[in-house]
Design a binder for this molecule. Structure first.
Ligand SMILES: Nc1ncnc2c1ncn2[C@@H]1O[C@H](COP(=O)(O)OP(=O)(O)O)[C@@H](O)[C@H]1O
Ligand SMILES: N[C@@H](CC(=O)OP(=O)(O)O)C(=O)O
Length: 442
């Protein structure tokens, strides 16, 4: 079996879904299980409708009309999605009455995108002669914890999924399964997090021991930089799991940050492909990749970071200071990405304000605290980074030549990445110069 995940851009409208049909038809002999995202923009539309409702503005017709237009274009009967339109209206009505919006309600609202998309896609495939059946992923055994907005499957979900796929998917029928969503044992709808259908795909792939997971998007696989930012970005043919995981974590939107974890655990290759150019070989991500002649594999960045510095003379030669600081961060669930220390200060970055604000009183007991917003983590990923003398210096020199000030650097022993903290405004200049030096010179 193979898992084929199609993102929002791949199922945006009839034209795109026709491409998806041709691609899936071409893989029919490999027993595909399709995981689909919502049509592009639907999740955002559903969430903004819910937020509006919670402010007292009840207007479900916008999102319903958007979905209905796609369904109609695909020739689906209005009755197919009518129960969902009623449920969305009831939910928005409820939110507009209580004027409240919990993480749980947000997940419930967001879930409609995938639940409606799989139904119209399976219906269309079947009418076009490729027998298909829509499934909510929980009906195939994917039950999760109750961490709304970042839910994960319950231990043992793999066996439940294997059994359900065997028992519920008829032979010769392509299952079209919801990405992104899940359900708790108590019946509450959850999501695995924004852009999470990639993660659903690898979790499902790991559960059913798929021979491969394909992620179909709108670029020729994983590229040396975000092609929407760096025009000369080029496709990477092979990557190692750890390289791709690092890249995904540091903001490369093409893969959700946790996508590679289930694939790594079960050693399942992940192939990233382009729905608009299915003949392109894309990128294969697996445990081992042949040596590359390039110094680096790719660059990525994560904007909107907060840089925090705690300065204290108490730190000078004292044991335990860092321990206290990081215990406080741990207690308040502050996720730290990058750290630098000196004799009298410790600096780190994080991307969420709210846990940091909760930790501040504890940190202020340790020393003088300064928080600066508007920072970007720029990362260069590559398995040769640790081994190639002078490469780190060349990267920093390139950024300096572009007039960009690097405020922090992290370059660990045996590391496959070099991370720099720069101002948000410098992202364009830093990306361009790094790409030019690392990938555009012969
Ligand atoms: N290194 C990269 N390689 C390819 N795409 C990237 C990279 N970094 C960022 N991206 C962006 O990710 C986008 C694909 O992700 P997304 O919009 O979530 O697609 P989908 O709708 O398929 O889920 C691309 O259009 C591209 O702009
Ligand atoms: N539809 C969800 C999940 C997802 O993964 O979407 P996409 O594959 O289009 O990134 C979202 O927008 O967050």
């Amino acid at each position: 079996m193979i898992v084929m995940k199609f993102g929002g851009s791949s199922v945006a409208n009839r034209k795109q879904i026709e491409k998806v049909l041709a691609i899936v038809r071409g893989r029919a002999g490999r027993t595909p299980l399709v995981v689909s995202s919502a049509h592009k923009g639907m999740t955002d539309a559903l969430l903004s409708g819910a937020r509006e409702a919670a402010r007292g503005v009840y207007a479900p017709e916008r999102v319903i009309e958007r979905q209905a237009a796609i369904a109609r274009d695909l020739g689906c009967d209005d009755a197919l999605l009518a129960p969902f339109y009623e449920e969305i209206s009831a939910l928005y009505r409820g939110l507009s009455l209580v004027r409240e919006l919990s993480l749980r309600s947000l997940d419930y609202a967001a879930s409609f995108g995938e639940r409606m998309a799989v139904r119209v896609i399976a219906d269309f495939f079947t009418r076009e002669g490729l027998p298909a059946q829509a499934f909510d992923v929980w009906d195939l055994g994917f039950l999760t914890d109750a961490a709304f907005g970042s839910a994960r499957p319950l231990p043992g979900y793999e066996a439940a999924m294997q059994r359900a796929v065997r028992e519920r998917v008829p032979a010769g029928v392509v299952p079209v399964v919801t990405g992104f969503v899940g359900k708790t044992e108590a019946g509450d709808i959850t999501t695995v997090g924004r852009n999470g259908s990639d993660l659903t795909a690898t979790l499902v792939g790991a559960a059913i021991a798929a021979e491969e997971v394909e992620i179909w998007s709108d670029t020729d696989g994983v590229m040396t930089a975000d092609p929407s930012v760096v025009k000369k970005a080029r496709s990477i043919s092979e990557m190692r799991f750890d390289e791709a995981a690092e890249l995904a974590y540091f903001g490369s939107r093409v893969l959700h940050p946790s996508t590679l974890v289930p694939a790594m655990q079960k050693n399942i290759p992940v192939r990233v492909l382009n729905t608009n150019r299915p003949e392109h070989p894309g990128t294969v991500i697996r445990e081992a990749a042949p040596p590359s002649e390039l110094s680096a594999t790719s660059i990525a960045y994560k904007e909107g970071q907060l840089a925090v510095t705690i300065r204290s003379t108490r730190m000078f030669g004292a044991a335990g200071f860092l321990g206290e600081a990081f215990q406080a961060l741990g207690r308040h669930e502050v996720v730290v990405d990058m750290i630098a220390t000196s004799e009298v200060s410790v600096s780190f970055t994080t991307d969420r304000r709210e846990p940091l604000d909760r930790a501040l009183p504890d940190l202020e007991r340790l020393g003088e605290v300064r928080v600066e917003a508007g920072k970007t983590l720029m990362v260069v990923v590559g398995r040769r980074l640790a081994a190639q003398a002078g490469l780190g210096a060349a990267i920093l020199q390139a950024v300096a030549d572009a007039g960009v000030n690097v405020e922090m650097v992290s370059y660990g022993m045996k590391s496959i990445s070099l991370t720099m903290l720069v101002a948000d405004k410098d992202v364009g200049a830093a990306s361009a110069v790094l790409h030019e030096r690392l990938f555009e010179r012969a």
